[in-house]
Ligand binder design. Structure first.
Ligand SMILES: Nc1ncnc2c1ncn2[C@@H]1O[C@H](COP(=O)(O)OP(=O)(O)OP(=O)(O)O)[C@@H](O)[C@H]1O
Length: 298
């Protein structure tokens, strides 16, 4: 049995090398070959993960923030042989780990690898890229690029929320057309979110009914509305009842085709992606991920 550990030494307050040692110790019992690969720059984690597919590794353990996890997923997706994926969260938000009930404490996350319990998980494909969590379009999504790294470190996902709130209050809506399993929606929106899991931006009440292998996107189109209506929406967001609001179009769908007459950048798993248009679809149960044995969500 062969395992590859992909670690981003710059994430997790630079404690990644200590964790790597602990993972090695944990894996040694089951894997006779353990390879540690350190990323140096963007693209490395994806390249290492693809290499592990070609060399028929049994497991790839990705250690880092959501950026590193997203890259590892891009390296594994649609390869003929896909090793099981382990996730050791070292980032600020760690949405994918949250959605899978993987402990946010790195040592606890490492210890679940020992259980060898795998869960098939849906992956999203948007144009030629893959994602684990969420795609977002609209001024609020674009606002996330203006969050400084310092603010992000201090406030975590709250920093995005604050930037997003500003764009809501400025009433910046965009015109889009959304094709999905049951038809087409056209109109003005503040934000389109399409989530694969229930955890978005560290907030886990957005799509409470989303499960990690239901083969569906849970899309929310927040329609253009007045400021008092926005304020009225916040309690339903907190209670996980956003889809019941008249100001929100909620769509469960296996594909999305989104177009606009303007160039709007799409946010993919928290990172800046390509501008519209896009075609997205769910790859159902595409990756086997190590999750805790005792997990009510799964
Ligand atoms: N050795 C390295 N030094 C600096 N940057 C790196 C290194 N290796 C990879 N990177 C870059 O760091 C980016 C961000 O990594 P990642 O998201 O995993 O961590 P993070 O920024 O700590 O997490 P979060 O975004 O949740 O705060 C990666 O997409 C990659 O481009």
């Amino acid at each position: 049995m062969k395992a590859m550990i992909i670690l981003n030494p710059s994430s997790g307050k630079e404690k990644a090398p200590d964790y790597a040692e602990k993972i090695e110790e944990t894996l040694r019992e089951k894997y006779d070959e353990i390879d540690i690969r350190k990323t140096e720059k963007e693209g490395d984690a994806a390249a290492f993960a693809t290499e592990a597919c070609i060399a028929l590794y049994d497991a790839v353990i990705a250690m880092g923030g959501d950026g590193t996890i997203n890259e590892a997923i891009n390296g594994l997706a649609e390869q003929a042989h896909r090793p099981a994926l382990g996730i050791i969260p070292l980032g600020t938000v760690n949405d994918f780990a949250r959605a899978l009930n993987i402990p946010l404490d790195p040592y606890a996350a490492i210890s679940i690898l020992d259980e060898q319990y795998l869960q098939p998980v849906d992956i999203g494909k948007i144009n030629e890229h893959y994602f684990a969590n969420v795609i977002a379009v609209g001024a609020i999504a674009e606002a996330s690029y203006s969050v400084s790294p310092e603010l992000k470190t201090r406030l975590g996902s709250l920093a995005y929320f604050m930037e997003g709130a500003k764009s809501f209050l400025n009433g910046e809506a965009i015109d889009i057309s959304v094709e999905h399993d049951n038809g087409k929606w056209e109109g003005q929106t503040f934000l389109l979110l399409a989530a694969l899991t229930n955890s978005v931006g560290g907030f886990d009440a957005l799509a409470p009914e989303a499960s990690v292998n239901d083969g569906k996107f849970h899309a929310f189109i927040i329609k253009k509305m007045s400021v008092p209506k926005i304020a009225a929406l916040i309690p339903s967001l907190m209670k996980g009842e956003l889809q019941e609001s008249e100001e929100v179009e909620y769509i469960r769908t296996s594909f999305l085709k989104v177009t606009s007459d303007k160039q709007h950048v799409v946010n993919i798993d928290g990172e800046e992606g390509e501008p519209l248009p896009f075609n997205a679809r769910v790859l159902p149960g595409h990756l086997d991920v190590f999750v805790p044995l005792k997990s009510e969500k799964n």
